[in-house]
Design a protein around this ligand. Structure first.
Ligand SMILES: Nc1ncnc2c1ncn2[C@@H]1O[C@H](COP(=O)(O)OP(=O)(O)OP(=O)(O)O)[C@@H](O)[C@H]1O
Length: 302
């Protein structure tokens, strides 16, 4: 299975939100979709599933184009589920009834409901009416509904909202398990470090397009990383070519071309002035986010 978007452009009136967006996702893949509020993540989901009209561009699944005909849209909706909005839950129905509803629509032959409930630790509340649920319990129910639907393509908008750290970890590991079943999962999230736990690639949406793709399996430069205020930067000078100074305190100094001894010296020097732990590693999703969205200055060598 593959999901391909070609030259997608979306305008709301005179405002262009997405322009010439292109990507092709193979199966067994989780994509993290990242951007500040109001950039176009939900719009991208809505366009692919054709909840909103596409101005130009094509949506292809397994190399077949899905147009805006009733037949194609119906076929799209049989292959893709969209994370339900909590406002769409029925207060007077139980969690089990919601999960069964999703199963019956998308995956009627399945009998995996008990398994889903158990895997998501919902046994204690799932038979009660939704009106008695907390925010995090509702969120887990929405996730369980998608798992029961079990479609090959899943769009998960802000799935971690309202979840405590234990449940964030639980949902992250379930995502990793289900992707092995040939799925394409796109997760829009503001929990950047959490994406590094399970996403294979991160798409950074910026300037109306996929501005940067961080492929986690590729090899990346190693950096010595820490936090240092601007007035203390002088203690580290001269800074190496390629050093990133992000968001007024995050420093990442390239280290992959240095002998171990030099790296150790650099870490010790930074430790003296860093307000938080010093580490050695590649840039993560959070650091790419700062690099991309916190201004041009971040691209400069300090
Ligand atoms: N129906 C609409 N009509 C006009 N403008 C819209 C409509 N829906 C969204 N927009 C605009 O499109 C832009 C992208 O919105 P979108 O909801 O896709 O962003 P997002 O990245 O999902 O944001 P968030 O992180 O807040 O969920 C915003 O500027 C928003 O105001």
């Amino acid at each position: 299975m593959s999901l391909e978007v070609k030259n997608l452009t979306i305008n709301y009136g005179t405002k262009t939100v997405l322009k010439n967006v292109n990507f092709n996702i193979p199966d067994n893949t989780i994509i993290g979709l990242v951007a500040p509020n109001g950039t176009g993540k939900t719009t991208l989901f809505n366009a692919i599933i054709r909840f909103i009209p596409i101005n130009t561009g094509e949506i292809l699944i397994d190399d077949i184009v899905y147009k805006n005909t009733t037949k194609d849209v119906k076929a799209l909706h049989s292959k893709i589920t969209f994370f339900p909005d909590q406002a769409e839950l029925y207060e007077d129905f139980s969690g089990v009834e919601h999960i069964e509803m999703y199963r019956d629509i998308w995956n009627p032959d399945s009998s995996n409901i008990e398994e889903v409930i158990e895997r998501l630790n919902m046994e204690g509340y799932v038979k009660n009416k939704v009106k008695t649920y907390s925010l995090g319990m509702r969120q887990r129910l929405c996730f369980a509904m998608m798992i029961a639907a079990d479609t090959k393509i899943m769009f998960m908008d802000e799935i971690m909202n309202g979840l405590d750290p234990v449940n964030v970890e639980l949902v992250s590991s379930v995502l990793q398990e289900i992707k092995e079943d040939g799925k394409i999962i796109i997760v829009a999230s503001h929990l950047l470090e959490n994406l590094d736990d399970y996403a294979d690639q991160i798409y950074f949406l910026n300037e109306q397009r996929i501005y940067y793709t961080y492929v986690r399996s590729e090899s990346h430069r190693e950096y010595v990383k820490g936090y240092i205020s601007e007035d203390k930067l002088k203690f580290l000078s001269p800074l190496r070519e390629g050093t990133l100074y992000l968001d007024g305190d995050r420093i990442c100094i390239p280290a992959d071309d240095l002998p171990e001894e030099e790296v150790f010296k650099m870490m010790s020097a930074l430790k003296k002035h860093s307000s938080q732990e010093v580490s050695l590693g590649t840039l993560g999703t959070h650091e790419h986010y700062l690099r991309i969205y916190k201004g041009e200055r971040n691209y400069e060598t300090v």
